[in-house]
Design a protein around this ligand. Structure first.
Ligand SMILES: Cc1ncc(COP(=O)(O)O)c(C=O)c1O
Length: 488
């Protein structure tokens, strides 16, 4: 059980003021950073003025999108099996979204939220609250941002200020889980556990506490799913009894872990016990549904699979299906009340929050989802895709195929029985991605699911409009990639 190792892990994570330990942390993170540098095959094409994500990679130019397909400037068609990064829920090239944005822009493109409200933002907020658990529906509010990381930053500050408004000024820390990702800005990175993404920035990050993730495939050992889930949840309880417990303000987690663990679903009892612990210890529960929300797991929000009412739900990615940069913090009624009763002012803000054109895109996407019954479609097309992937399970290097709805992870192992991962230097996930592209299928590869460094998986998160024949093509391309990367 991974939770049993938590106190050592927590100690590792704890920040110290002594120079020796600070430099050890910096040296350690530099070592991890170096370990994560692998040779790449490509060199960036010259002639670009964009500062890229990776200077050693060649990027095609995307010129058009049609349904589940992206067409590049050289005419190649790619099947978008990852919805880019679990973003494109309704598919590419839906003309009415662009029309709704143009219409809004011709009326009023921007009005600063310090002076005005706007109809599209009001409308979208009310609609989102209606999709949420009942503690949001009466008296909840929505804080719109321009993406997921801003939503996480906002939630961290909301949690802190909630406790100030409630007469608990000692509470500020947001506890999170190892092996998690909540965004790339420094606050969001502070609560993230993703080793690779944190490594270069460790010296810049605060430490409010990371507790056990819930990842049964590698860490349950001989425990039943429920025993393991409870043990993981109780790691939070143990943390809260420790020295940082009384200064903790909230706990943040991904109900279904996206990129970092490749669609890992918590075992029975975990989510309910986490909610109970937060409630007993008077800290807020934040569900990061930036990847898992907006219907991707076949419910509007993944946490609804466990009938739990969090205090905040973070949304991003699919909320505007990639047509506009948009994110949101859904805030439950009791937090709203604390602000209303208290200072009335949230000390926070972004120039582009609640942008009229972006929220118009959000409304148009929601209209499309409802008109085409796409929330409902996720469950049925998910069955088709899992069914098409099922034969891959017997491949000696496929360790697991997991997930919920259209958030699916495939993990590759060196040895099936022991679930032993490949050495990171073999770069398996990226090689699978490259091989699948030879079959014109786009996937989302990540390393580190086992312990931050080892473990290879790809994520599949196609648009909800995926057709049966496209599902077949995805499975065929992964089969091809397996044969190429693991020749017998
Ligand atoms: C669970 C989760 N939280 C937060 C983020 C950050 O969102 P963004 O990249 O829109 O800032 C992501 C992005 O991948 C995510 O998957």
């Amino acid at each position: 059980m991974r939770g049993a190792k938590s106190s050592a892990g927590e100690k590792r994570c704890q920040r110290s003021t002594t120079t020796d330990i600070a430099s050890a942390i910096i040296t350690g993170s530099c070592r991890v950073f170096r370990l994560l540098q692998f040779p790449h095959q490509f060199t960036m094409a010259s002639g670009s003025s964009i500062f890229p994500r990776n200077f050693k990679k060649d990027y095609s130019v995307a010129v058009r999108g049609e349904g589940c397909w992206i067409i590049s400037s050289d005419g190649r068609r790619f099947l978008d099996a990852a919805g880019q990064a679990a973003v494109v829920n309704i598919g590419h090239g839906v003309a009415e979204i662009g029309r709704a944005m143009a219409e809004q822009s011709s009326q009023i493109a921007f009005a600063h939220t310090s002076q005005f409200r706007s109809d599209p933002a009001e409308k979208l907020a009310a609609r989102l609250l209606q999709l949420a658990p009942s503690n949001f529906r009466n008296g909840g509010r929505v804080y719109f941002t321009s993406g997921g990381s801003e939503a996480t930053e906002t939630a961290i500050k909301l949690a802190r200020q909630f406790h100030l408004e409630s007469g608990q000024p000692q509470r500020y820390g947001v506890i999170s889980r190892r092996q998690s990702y909540h965004g790339s800005t420094l606050g969001a990175m502070t609560v993230s556990g993703n080793v690779a993404r944190r490594a270069p920035y460790e010296p810049l990050l605060a430490e409010w506490g990371h507790v056990s993730e819930c990842f049964a495939f590698h860490h349950a050992g001989n425990l039943t799913g429920e025993e393991y889930g409870l043990a993981c949840a109780n790691d939070l309880d143990k943390f809260l009894r420790g020295p940082l417990g009384s200064s903790s303000a909230a706990f943040i987690f991904e109900p279904v872990v996206g990129a970092t663990l490749g669609a890992a679903v918590p075992t029975d009892g975990y989510v309910a016990r986490i909610a109970e612990i937060c409630h007993e210890n008077k800290i807020l529960l934040i569900a990061d549904e930036i990847m898992s929300g907006m219907g991707r797991t076949a419910k509007p929000f993944a946490i609804q699979h466990w009938n739990v009412e969090p205090d905040m739900i973070l949304v991003g990615k699919g909320i505007a299906s990639g047509y506009a940069p948009l994110g949101a913090v859904m805030v439950s009624a009791r937090i709203v009340e604390a602000f209303e009763r208290g200072s009335g002012i949230f000390q926070h803000g972004f120039t582009y929050q609640a942008h009229p054109v972006c929220t118009a895109a959000g409304n148009a996407v929601l209209d499309y989802l409802e008109a085409h019954k796409l929330f409902e479609r996720v469950a049925s097309i998910s069955k088709t895709l899992f069914g098409d992937l099922e034969p891959l399970r017997s491949h000696p290097n496929v360790g697991d195929i997991r997930g919920m709805g259209l958030l699916i992870g495939i993990e590759f192992v060196r040895e099936k029985a022991s679930r032993e991962p490949f050495p990171p230097s073999q770069n398996i996930a990226e090689r699978i991605r490259q091989a699948a592209i030879e079959e014109n299928v786009l996937t989302y590869p990540t390393q580190g699911c086992v312990d931050g460094l080892r473990g290879d998986h790809i994520l599949l998160a196609p648009p909800f409009i995926l057709k049966n024949e496209e599902s077949t093509l995805i499975a065929k391309a992964i089969n091809f990639a397996l044969a190429k990367v693991f020749p017998s």
